[in-house]
Design a binder for this molecule. Structure first.
Ligand code: C5P
Length: 224
């Protein structure tokens, strides 16, 4: 028996508005929502020094620890909890401490390559791709990286031209074909309302996740 989570994947280029979409479609749905930022699954690079870590291509699929993400999703979907790593953009590495994540009604996997891995795609109930023009995305990225991630403008521009843009074209954009829905311009109000309604229905509607979860808990309780 599997835990009745509804799993949503939200992909899209850097600065597309994935986090905003994730927040808006889930904030009124249930307390039982887990957000899994793909960033938390960047490989542990503790064996490199900071200067080396600064040179890594963080937009290539190889930068992520897919096995760990697959394993964590499988565990959550079978009712277990996981220790999710946390990421620190300033040091380009995982933080020392992880956080415990319990299974919830809704799980949102969000990140540039959220629709890249076949096994993960198979675990997603709804696949979204947020599509926003590249000029808007780079402007947001500059603002965010300089203000929140302690980067300098020249570095952000170099990184954008050398890795972010080519990887977007080679790996991220093509995952659009795996999407069930493409959301234009990020927080598109109509798309948000429809998706919110869909999630409400999945969680609270007749035969929805909340009911299935009670069955799950009863069955597990009977076995223990
Ligand atoms: O939030 P967003 O989807 O933009 O996060 C992904 C981006 O974070 C990637 O485009 C990658 O270039 C960037 N990144 C970075 N430095 C790291 C890890 C990721 O600039 N250490």
């Amino acid at each position: 028996m599997t835990y009745p989570s509804f799993v949503v994947g939200i992909a899209g280029g850097t600065g597309a508005g994935k986090t905003t979409v994730s927040r808006l479609i889930t904030e009124n749905v249930s307390d039982s929502v887990t957000r899994i930022p793909l960033d938390n699954y960047y490989r542990d690079l503790s064996h490199l020094d900071l200067a080396e870590r600064e040179q890594v291509n963080y937009d290539h699929p190889e930068a992520f620890e897919w096995d760990l993400l697959r394993e964590h999703l499988e565990t959550l979907l079978s009712g277990g909890s996981v220790e999710m790593p946390q990421y620190d953009f300033e040091i380009h590495n995982r933080k020392a401490e992880a956080i415990t994540v319990e299974p919830t009604d809704v799980i949102v996997v969000e990140g540039i390559l959220a629709l890249y891995d076949e096994a993960i795609n198979d675990m997603l109930d709804l696949r979204l791709y947020v599509e926003t023009d590249a000029d808007v995305r780079i402007l947001r990225r500059i603002e965010r990286d300089v203000v929140q991630r302690g980067r300098d403008l020249e570095g952000v521009i170099d990184q954008y031209l050398s890795t972010v843009k080519p990887m977007h074209e080679q790996f991220i954009e093509p995952t659009k074909k795996h999407a069930d829905l493409i959301i234009p311009e990020g927080a598109n109000r109509m798309a948000i309302n429809l998706l919110e309604e869909k999630l409400q229905n999945e969680v609270h509607g007749e035969g929805g996740r909340a009911w299935e979860r009670e069955d799950f808990e009863r069955e597990i309780g009977d076995r223990t």
